[in-house]
Design a protein around this ligand. Structure first.
Ligand SMILES: [Zn+2]
Length: 247
């Protein structure tokens, strides 16, 4: 650990009230809501219904799309049964109050949007739209969810081509990197929530912050950030306390 310090909920609230807050969220905020960890015990991959090495491979998907859609239906069914966490709602509230200027997430579930967040940069894409891989036809949120739920392998209504959601597969370009980078660089405080910061682009983005508050179950540090704080706690436990000083 280089210059990592601990921080109290009260001090964190003080930073938030200054405004210009950016947030970057990872898997930890989704698992806290009840989305299984992909690889963990009881996770999506432990069902054996799809192979973790191929389910997000674009070339595999083009010839064998069903495992990806099985995965997607499993996830969307879980999303239907759960609600976003306190921390999801807290971030949406900060945006509404004008304190949060940007929210980027590594997660492909819609929990931030369900909590009311308006501007979410989905680095790894989302299920909010689909495109036909043959004719390019665009399908919006409602149509996308309807097609995934009602068809084993969704096909284009125009040409019968394979439909692919806007989820980023292995080897595809991540989304919104420049925008996220700029927002983080311009922020006064970056909240890094539930990310262990090991995989790209999580390992890169927070490095642009001037000040970072990292809340995660296990300690992680960001080499280049001049002022950084670490909270090794559950997100909701910490932010319930922070909220008392913000509102
Ligand atoms: Zn088509």
């Amino acid at each position: 650990m280089n210059n990592m310090q601990s921080i109290s909920p009260e001090k964190c609230a003080e930073f938030i009230r200054e405004g210009g807050v950016a947030a970057f969220t990872g898997a930890g905020i989704s698992t806290a809501a009840g989305i299984p960890d992909f690889r963990g015990k009881g996770g999506f991959y432990s069902t054996g219904r799809y192979n973790p090495d191929t389910v997000f491979e674009i070339e595999y998907f083009k010839t064998n799309p069903k495992p990806f859609y099985d995965f997607s239906r499993d996830m969307l069914e879980i999303v239907d049964r759960i609600t976003p966490t306190f921390t999801h709602f807290f971030l949406a509230q900060l945006e509404e109050m004008g304190l949060l200027s940007s929210l980027s997430t590594q997660n492909i579930d819609p929990l931030h949007q369900m909590a009311g967040s308006k501007n979410v940069i989905c680095i790894h894409g989302s299920y909010s739209s689909m495109n036909c891989l043959r004719c390019g036809k665009y399908y919006g949120l409602d149509a996308s969810l309807e097609y995934i739920r009602s068809q084993d392998v969704p096909r284009c209504g125009e040409c019968g081509g394979l439909l692919k959601p806007d989820v980023v597969f292995f080897g595809e370009q991540v989304h919104g990197m420049n925008e996220a980078m700029q927002e983080i660089a311009e922020s006064k405080t970056l909240l890094v929530l539930g990310s262990s910061l090991v995989v790209y682009p999580a390992a890169i983005l927070p490095q642009w912050a001037k000040r970072a508050v990292v809340v995660n179950r296990t300690g992680v540090s960001i080499p280049t950030v001049p002022e950084q704080y670490m909270v090794e706690r559950e997100l909701d436990d910490f932010f319930r306390q922070v909220a008392e000083y913000v509102f």
